[in-house]
Design a protein around this ligand. Sequence first.
Ligand code: C2E
Ligand code: MG
Ligand code: MG
Ligand code: MG
Length: 281
Amino acid sequence: AAKTGSKGQFRFYDHTLYEDIKMRLNTEQELQQAIKEDQFLIYYQPRVQTQTGKLLGIEALIRWQHPTRGLVLPNDFISLAEESGLINPIGELVVDKVCAQLASWRKQGVEVVPVSVNVSPHQFNEGKVKKSIAASLAKHGIPASLLEIELTESAMMRNIGDIFDELTAINEMGIKVHVDDFGTGYSSLSLLQRLDMDILKIDQAFTSQLGRGKDGEIFFTAIVSMAKALGMRVVAEGVETLEQLHILQTLSCDEVQGYYVAWPLPADNIADIIRKQNLFP
Ligand code: C2E
Ligand code: MG
Ligand code: MG
Ligand code: MG
């Protein structure tokens, strides 16, 4: 914010920068506290078959129950967690909470589907992601087939050297890998093929173009045929309207996810949803 100095002159950047650094340090300390005090929650959002509405998977989305600010969304703290290194303990606790939840649903007799966890490229070093996933699965008695991971296309392309071996190792454990936010990261086809990914999630920016002229549909058609050729399933992210769903049904996009089908919800609300045959409203 601009401030008037003692002699009436304006001072701009010093104050703003100082405030900014102070706030980041403060948030970093709060994040540390949040880890200690277990202030993180997982919300769950279904992913369904485009033609039938059948539940195929659930995405785990982190939320921070802040003591004064209320429920904080990941876009407001994940990048700071990445820069400070706190993404490592946070990433581990997300996987552990998801495995604990899967165990609890199974104990209640809920017929579970795989849950996918978003991972940050910053978590990939020295095989740590694989080790912590394996530890959480073992601790809660969950088969690897019930856990999946999501990594954004741009993350994959940026750190391909470091990430490739670990992704392959995770995949060999029986854990499927999703390419998240596809269409925004300029990946090469040969790389996608080499990585042997299972699911391609098309970014919601493209879904929102459907029904607004021909180009959006052309993009989807091209991606679907490419993904099929590479043996991947395609998910449309951010489906908000019936019109978008209808278009996606004509484009043979395999799966859809979005507010039109179901919002991200706390675990307690999900058990009922899992029992439904068809999630379309
Ligand atoms: P993402 O993985 O691409 O997740 C989809 C985001 O879109 C979620 O936002 C979800 O709530 C939102 N969404 C779902 N359906 C719709 C829709 O129909 N319309 C619109 N406009 N949005 C929709 P959220 O939960 O705020 O998460 C944002 C991003 O934060 C995620 O994007 C993911 O990249 C990251 N993230 C979430 N949880 C974690 C986590 O546990 N670890 C890490 N490293 N990143 C996470
Ligand atoms: Mg995701
Ligand atoms: Mg996404
Ligand atoms: Mg995203």
